[in-house]
Design a protein around this ligand. Structure first.
Ligand code: SRM
Ligand code: SF4
Length: 566
């Protein structure tokens, strides 16, 4: 974080603001764009509006040059993101999503770092039908992207205790409370026309121009910080006393997007503002969101997240503004303690006597691999599973609420499809995350999801040689600095700079409460391995009992290394 906060830029509104204003509550000319059969694309402004409806236009970057050589337009298609607060779906919904992925998308499902599902490769001609059918499953895509509150994340193991169940209910209520109200969504995707033509809609919380930028909320239940709660615009940390949820510490101003070479942009962890009772959180969330609506920078999208709004004016200003809007004051923050931020794998019995199994899904990609029919395995499980499916915030999957009677059957299916409960893979791999990146992400500068597994294989060898094969080290990679796999909270973080080149970050802690720092810039695989090898060996020799890798690199001053070389 820079010492002096960056100043808002010129006051001319960003183009996106004009698009929102003219859109008639997110309608724009989306329907006309769909009717245009000459191109598989939509106009730029409609593409921007479509984000609020949970879909983005992309093109397959692997074949972009070839298409251009052939003088063809890029291979346009759409990514669809499905919103499910806290990431919980029924077995029926799982089966329906699986069927839709095969019918309209590329036959794969991608679990995201925010407990959502993504489809890739949906053609414009099929987009309406796909989102329509998603709605028929009683899930939706509204506000999965766009300048609104996104999917509300929540510790995904609600039945581990009564508290988790309660917290999950709050995530659903928050999600509903902060959802956009526009009728455009049902008109476009469900073909529903209002009785009177909708010249104006009610958008009581957002107003016609919504927020200056995306807004994200996550709820953590200590000792697990699996949602990386401080990385979000608003974070809620459950405070439990005597087994009862008594309230939440509230944080604000987390966010990770930055641009290489632009020091006015940076990742930031939220500030803890105080404590509130459970029944107060809808009010608190609404007032934080509307403060950002009114004060966020609408002229510069690189400076528009809540973190900059707060930094420009100060945390005290923000607290006062919030208090003024609430008409009451948050109580002082309560003590809490996080122990880890990755997922805990394997079987766990819930307080309701049901069983939960957390499975390792490498980078959240669900498909049938040549020697690993993961998607078929999960489909078969869904057909005989009497519980639910829950997505974790680390791209993994929980088979939740399995009855005692059904557990042997599920266990047998897990075995026969060789699904991993995290034990078949190294400790490094089960603590890894990579963002989607190439070939679908239009912002990618380097490979991520397709590359990290092979880099991990090389690092596994190195760790085994050093006697660290079972050490839990959090490693994350993104294909650009936007931070979609939250790399700034990894003990070893890679951020793409160019094809084959990464910035290497070291020094985050194991609980997701301290960010790492830049250690080496713009290095390729050879240099990555050559850089990490001596550090890993050093760690084996000089670590203190129980000391995590990230803490070790900080104790040895390695997180300052790049700065001291310059
Ligand atoms: Fe992200 C944009 C994928 C979580 C920060 N993110 C994108 C887009 C939509 C690219 C685009 O704008 O054209 C990516 C689509 C890739 C594709 O082909 O599917 C994309 N983001 C993802 C997912 C799928 C990564 C994953 O591997 O799972 C995650 C979907 C989450 C969800 O279900 O809602 C995802 N993105 C995140 C996170 C992590 C989080 O929220 O916990 C972050 C960092 C936290 C934050 O928001 O600050 C994140 N994504 C961004 C940003 C930077 C925002 C900023 O403030 O600068 C962008 C770019 C933008 O918004 O302009 C972005
Ligand atoms: Fe794309 Fe960058 Fe996000 Fe990766 S971090 S999915 S490359 S925007």
């Amino acid at each position: 974080m820079p010492d002096t906060p960056s100043k808002p830029s010129a006051q001319k509104l960003a183009e996106q603001e004009n698009i929102k204003t003219a859109s008639n509550f997110l309608r724009g000319t989306i329907l006309q764009s769909f009717d245009n059969r000459v191109t598989a694309s939509v106009s730029e402004s409609d593409n921007y509006l479509l984000k609020f409806h949970g879909t983005y236009m992309q093109d397959n970057r692997d074949i972009r040059d070839e298409r251009s050589r052939q003088r063809l337009e890029p291979a346009f298609d759409f990514m669809i993101r499905i919103r499910a607060a806290g990431g919980v779906v029924t077995t029926q919904q799982w089966l329906q999503l699986d069927a839709l992925a095969h019918k309209y998308a590329n036959g794969e499902i991608r679990l995201t770092t925010r407990q959502s599902f993504q489809f890739h490769g949906v053609l414009k001609w099929n987009l309406r039908q796909t989102i329509h059918d998603i709605n028929l499953t009683l899930l939706d895509t509204l506000a999965a992207c766009g300048d609104v509150n996104r999917n509300v994340m929540c510790n995904p193991n609600p039945y581990q205790s009564e508290v988790h169940g309660e917290v999950h209910e709050w995530s659903k209520r928050l999600s509903l409370h902060l959802a956009p109200r526009t009728g455009a969504y049902r008109e476009i995707w469900m073909g529903e026309q209002a009785i009177v033509p909708p010249l104006q809609d009610e958008e009581p919380m957002y107003g016609p121009t919504y927020l200056p930028r995306k807004f994200k909320i996550a709820i953590a239940v200590p000792p697990s910080n699996d949602v990386d709660v401080l990385a979000h615009d608003m974070g809620l940390i459950a405070i439990v006393e005597g087994g009862r949820l008594i309230g939440f510490n509230v944080s604000a101003g987390g966010g990770f997007g930055m641009t290489h070479g632009d020091p006015a942009t940076f990742p930031n962890l939220g500030w803890i503002l105080g404590f509130c009772r459970p029944e107060q959180i809808l009010d608190v969330a609404e007032k934080i969101l509307t403060t950002q609506r009114d004060f966020g920078d609408r002229s510069n999208r690189k400076h528009a997240r809540l973190k900059y709004t707060i930094l420009d004016r100060g945390v005290e200003w923000f607290k006062n503004e919030l208090q003024h809007r609430l008409g009451w004051q948050l109580e002082p923050e309560r003590a809490f303690h996080f122990e880890h931020h990755g997922d805990r794998y394997g079987w766990v019995e819930g307080t309701n006597g049901k069983w939960h199994l957390t499975l390792f899904i490498e980078n959240g990609r669900i498909r049938d691999w040549e020697d690993y029919p993961l998607m078929t395995g999960l489909r078969t499980i869904a057909q005989s599973h009497d519980g639910d499916f829950r997505l974790t915030a680390n791209q993994n999957l929980i088979l939740g609420n399995i009855s005692k009677e059904n557990r042997p059957r599920i266990e047998q299916l897990v075995q026969s499809y060789k699904l991993s409960d995290g034990q078949r893979v190294s400790a490094l791999r089960r603590n890894a995350m990579a963002c989607v990146s190439l070939p679908t992400c239009g912002l990618a500068m380097a490979e991520s999801e397709r590359y990290l597994p092979s880099l991990i294989t090389k690092l596994e060898g190195m760790l085994a040689e050093a006697g660290l094969a079972d050490d839990e080290i959090v490693i994350r990679m993104t294909g650009c600095p936007n931070g979609c796999a939250r790399p700034y909270l990894a003990e070893i973080g890679f951020v793409g700079k160019a094809l084959g080149k990464y910035n290497l970050y070291l020094g985050a802690d194991f609980t997701g409460t301290r960010m790492n720092r830049l250690y080496r810039e713009n290095i390729g695989e050879e240099e990555v391995l050559a850089t990490l090898k001596p550090i890993i060996q050093h760690y084996t020799r000089e670590r203190q009992p129980g000391e995590h890798f990230g803490d070790f690199t900080v104790r040895k001053g390695l997180d300052h290394n790049l700065a001291s070389q310059q």
